[in-house]
Ligand binder design. Structure first.
Ligand code: PRX
Length: 656
């Protein structure tokens, strides 16, 4: 749908879905009083939430705010792995399923809290045996297998800082992230399954590590078991099999007493300029907020089977597959593969098989399900579901209604949760037992969170108006800095409205009821199927190809992915545009960054619209790609360029 029509639809959206009374009656939060309670004394509210965790030592001060640098629960001591494991062992939860895992080929593995504790301790001991110490960085490049959360929790247990790199990223992307973090150890697998095919993770790791001298050891999980995946890709002395390493390790390992502000993990995410940013999260505030939101928004209880479909390579997987549900002693489902393998009913088959009660996924997935047709979910028993969630990008009201009807069967509340890698946890969302949901709106900031929609000068907009989404006071799970680059942290997030106002990079509007509607990024970040890709990254990958002189990349709306990448490319002398070169360039980008960054289309052009100072006007390129009337062109150095480009683009579209 064209963006404008989409906005019109959002503006008119007035359907309200109050919590079903039977849901509200049992909900973890079922009174709006919690908002007032938090507003009365925000710090006392967060201190009460922190009580959910086990602390070796309580904090002296809830918040130390030296704008824009925050410290939470100052002086407190805790361990994230202890909170996710040990404290559940003293009760009946010892034998409760912590992780229910299903491999793409269909294997099943259930780890109780006792099992998970043992495996984490063994691997923690193995890491220590390799010389990993408190504060060291460990890069984890694994598919969605139990060893991934085991490795993360093992790092947390001994105070090492994990940096998980999504398994779909390329060798080069992995290399850059290892180098930036200066990781001593990389944990990977021989390969991972995806849609019946194998992703050669060890091969990619070797290519990355060859150019990352900080790496001393590479630990390899045997996931596929095909010798060909490691033959010729094995460096004796450096490379070690996971199963060999843990075999004789003791089954207990003390949990380090970490400071609340000690780093827990780094997670790289794309920005509008420059290389990916290493978002740094610390221990006490992060864990407090992910546990609180899992309780308050996802309504997790002891008898739930909870499934968040995100890959742990993204923040959603960190917070809501691993740390949130495990901190609460919940049962979390992990599925390794694709939603359409071996057929389009796979997700619903998993819901039916394990009697999943809470299901949390992305709008792009919902739009795929819509396209595949309601007959797929209709074949399965989805009566176990009681709550649905979405995250990662705006959900169009049509998709919301489809989700409500065909998955929730009109019984389940939907929580549309807004947050970011940087925020660590959900900040804007309905409370499912309290808030009346409205399709397309993440509704209101959660208790304890202060968000606003402001104009360019930082003044709140009036209801019905659009502006920038900002967070006006610090929150426990906020990023503390960008790894190795505090100046970039200050400039990126606090450069626009001053050191006390966090700028999200999102545009939003408040509807007449005061509900927040997220409109999408206002910077040069594209959201492809809910994953952030920086235009700068794709442009750099393109100009790295010998045929390309210049490139400009934009996101344009896409029916399923939300946004897709369109690249405008000027070729060097001697290269001829054509479908073969187009394919080659797409492949080149996929190889440099990963398949998510592959452009959907490439437009070869002789010129790009630029201002007189030489800045590419992406706004006009977006107008062209969206088929809109061109905006203001008066600042262009050569207005003829856009007219030519527009005609050329329309011709190509007609031809495709
Ligand atoms: O643009 C917003 C969008 O995703 C961005 C954050 O991306 P990332 O750091 O990769 O984290 C995604 C998962 C938390 C935001 O700046 N976004 C996230 N959730 C929503 C959303 N847009 C609209 N509605 C949401 N519920």
């Amino acid at each position: 749908m064209a963006e404008r029509e989409h906005l019109e639809a959002l503006l008119q959206e007035s359907r309200l879905f109050p919590p079903p009374p039977e849901f509200a009656a049992r909900a973890n939060v079922n009174s709006p009083d919690i908002y007032a309670e938090a507003a009365r004394d925000r710090l006392a509210f967060w201190a009460r939430q922190a009580e959910r965790l086990h602390w070796f030592r309580k904090w002296d001060q809830v918040l130390q705010w030296d704008p824009p640098f925050a410290k939470w629960f100052v002086g407190g001591k805790l361990n994230a792995a202890y909170n996710c494991l040990d404290r559940h062992l003293d009760s009946w939860r010892r034998t409760k399923a912590a992780i229910i895992w299903e491999g793409e080929p269909g294997e099943e593995r259930v780890l109780t809290y006792q099992d998970l504790h043992r495996e984490v301790c063994r691997f923690a001991n193995a890491l220590k045996a390799l010389g990993v110490q408190r504060g060291d960085r460990v890069t984890i490049y694994l598919p969605m297998i139990p060893e991934l959360p085991i490795a993360m929790l093992a790092c947390a247990r001994i105070g090492a800082v994990h940096s998980v790199v999504f398994g779909g990223f390329s060798a080069e992307a992995l290399r850059d992230r290892i180098r930036d973090a200066q990781a001593r150890v990389v944990i990977t697998a021989d390969g991972g399954w995806r849609r019946g095919g194998v992703i050669p993770l060890k091969k990619n790791t070797d290519a990355a590590v060859a150019q990352a001298p900080s790496v001393e050891k590479v630990v390899v999980v045997r996931r596929i078991g095909d010798e060909a995946l490691v033959a010729g890709h094995w460096t004796p002395g450096r490379d070690l099999w996971w199963h060999d390493l843990v075999r004789d390790q003791p089954e207990t390992c003390p949990a380090e007493e970490m400071d609340a502000e000690d780093p827990l993990f780094i997670l790289y995410t794309s920005g509008s300029t420059g290389k990916p940013k290493g978002v740094l999260h610390t221990t006490g505030g992060y864990l407090t907020q992910v546990a609180t939101t899992t309780w308050m928004v996802l309504d997790l209880k002891d008898d739930d089977i909870y499934w968040c479909t995100a890959d742990i390579g993204w923040v959603t997987g960190h917070s809501y597959v691993v740390y949130g549900p495990l901190a609460l002693g919940g049962t979390t489902v992990m599925y390794e593969g694709a939603p359409d393998y071996p057929d389009r009913g796979r997700f619903w088959q998993i819901v039916q098989k394990y009697r999943v009660s809470i299901f949390y996924t992305a709008p792009t997935a919902i739009r795929s399900f819509m396209k595949w047709g309601e007959e797929w979910p209709a074949r399965y028993d989805l009566s176990s579901l009681r709550l649905l969630g979405t995250v990662g990008e705006p959900i169009n009201p049509e998709a919301w209604i489809w989700y409500h009807r065909h998955i929730g069967r009109e019984r389940c509340p939907i929580v549309d949760t807004w947050w970011q890698t940087e925020t660590g946890a959900i900040l804007i969302s309905p409370l499912p037992g309290v808030t009346a949901a409205k399709p397309g709106s993440a509704t209101r900031p959660l208790p304890g969170i202060e968000a606003e929609v402001v104009d360019g000068s930082g003044e709140p907009v009036r209801p019905g108006e659009g502006g920038f989404l900002v967070i006006t006071s610090p929150w426990p799970g906020m990023l503390r800095t960008l790894w190795g680059d505090p100046d970039r942290y200050v400039n990126t997030y606090f450069g626009k409205f001053g050191p006390t106002v966090y700028f999200t990079g999102d545009g939003a509007k408040k509807d007449p009821d005061g509900y927040i509607v997220i409109l999408g990024r206002v910077d040069d970040v594209i959201s492809v199927a809910g994953h952030r890709v920086g235009t700068w990254e794709v442009e750099s990958a393109l100009v790295d190809h010998p045929a390309v002189a210049e490139a400009a990349v934009i996101g344009r709306s896409h029916e399923v992915k939300g946004q897709a990448i369109t690249a405008f490319v000027i070729l060097r002398e001697g290269y001829r545009p054509g479908p073969e070169l187009e394919q080659e360039l797409k492949q080149h980008v996929a190889q440099k960054i990963g398949a998510i960054a592959r452009p959907e289309e490439i437009i070869f052009t002789a010129d790009l619209p630029k201002t007189r100072s030489g800045k590419i006007m992406r706004r006009l390129l977006r107008d062209i790609a969206e088929g809109r009337a061109l905006g203001d062109t008066t600042t262009l150095a050569d207005p003829a360029v856009v007219a030519t480009l527009k005609a050329q683009y329309e011709e190509k579209e007609a031809g495709d």
